[in-house]
Design a binder for this molecule. Structure first.
Ligand code: AMP
Ligand code: MN
Ligand code: MN
Length: 323
């Protein structure tokens, strides 16, 4: 922590980045850290490779997040947030890699400790929780805008205080953020209260696609590009859908296979997929994702793969033999 504070104080212009296809924690950590560094009169660039999902566009200063970077020499330091591997920042990966001081702030158990300085806590509920600690250590004030981001990051990464990463700090920090002016109902309405019709129709297709292994311990959902087209939805609309597959009685591991936009159309061909994994708490899905080159947390993990749909589904169903 001390070394990070020294480097932040020394830096004039910092590049802040979080993982592509961002979730609430990735966006909130980026905004909270950026707004806090503003208060310390730092020049900050907030970067994310992907568009901001509609449900997070209410966050204060969200328009500050850009999808391009200057050349590496522009920045004195980079703060990489909520990324288990530096490549998770997406397109800016090569620029980020050349920045002289790379600070890795994360809570993924599979974090590979990239960068020059690490602040990694797998016991933290969210990266937003670690960002909160860092802001406090920097003696930066927490205003309503910063509080709204920190609260949103904790709320979304804990699945509304339901997932196993929900800890004492999640509640304590959230309470402090509410004291700083956050309106929980307002945040909840934005994040969970309003869905496009397409998103509901996508949920319908996802539920309809559920398959269960013979022993009943593994469930698989499948979302193809055709389904996104039919419902006019985007990958951001998938957020949370896997939890339905996870909730099924006796299921220990749920998988959601999601075709990627560049995935091709011929079902026999190799296609690109993102696979999300969730566990009921008795299985370490970060280890399973790791075996496929991905990572995450013990109860929520993911990986990318190029394979035929039939082979991928059969490899996933085969995992049920070990459950
Ligand atoms: P998701 O499956 O996208 O909902 O992600 C679940 C968790 O796994 C999140 O904490 C992600 O950061 C992590 N994760 C997802 N995909 C990958 C990947 N390709 N490599 C490393 N971690 C991942
Ligand atoms: Mn994340
Ligand atoms: Mn996170």
């Amino acid at each position: 922590m001390d070394e990070i504070i020294t480097q932040i104080k020394k830096a004039q212009h910092l590049l802040l980045a979080s993982h592509c296809d961002p979730d609430g924690d990735a966006i909130s950590s980026l905004l909270a850290m950026g707004l806090a560094l503003d208060k310390l009169n730092k020049k900050v660039t907030l970067y994310n490779a992907s568009p901001i999902p509609a449900v997070y566009r209410f966050l204060p200063a969200v328009e500050r997040i850009v999808r391009h970077t200057e050349k590496a020499a522009t920045y004195d330091a980079a703060l990489i947030l909520d990324c288990g591997h530096v490549s998770r920042v997406g397109e800016a990966y090569s620029v980020v890699s050349q920045i002289p001081v790379i600070i890795n702030i994360d809570h993924h158990i599979t974090n590979n400790r990239f960068g020059h300085i690490q602040l990694i806590d797998p016991d933290a509920s969210s990266t937003a929780e670690i960002v909160y600690r860092l802001i406090k250590a920097l003696n930066a004030p927490i205003n309503k805008a910063i509080a709204t981001s920190i609260y949103t990051g904790i709320l979304t990464d804990t699945g509304s205080f339901r997932f196993s990463n929900t800890n004492q700090a999640a509640f304590a920090i959230s309470q402090e953020m509410v004291q700083n002016g956050v309106k929980p109902y307002n945040v909840a309405q934005h994040v969970f209260g309003t869905y496009s019709l397409g998103r509901i129709k996508l949920l319908n297709l996802a539920l309809d696609s559920i398959e269960i292994s013979d022993n009943g311990k593994l469930s698989v959902m499948t979302l193809t590009n055709a389904m996104f087209e039919e419902t006019g939805t985007q990958p951001e609309d998938v957020d949370g859908i896997i939890n339905y597959a996870r909730r099924i009685e006796d299921v220990k591991v749920a998988a959601l296979i999601q075709e990627q936009k560049n995935g091709g159309t011929n079902s026999d061909k190799l296609r690109n997929f993102h696979v999300s994994l969730r566990s009921d708490g008795t299985v370490d899905v970060a280890a399973i994702a790791g075996a496929f080159g991905g990572g995450g947390h013990s109860n929520a993990a993911g990986f990318q793969v190029e394979m035929s749909m039939a082979k991928l589904k059969s490899e996933i169903i085969t995992l049920s033999n070990d459950l």
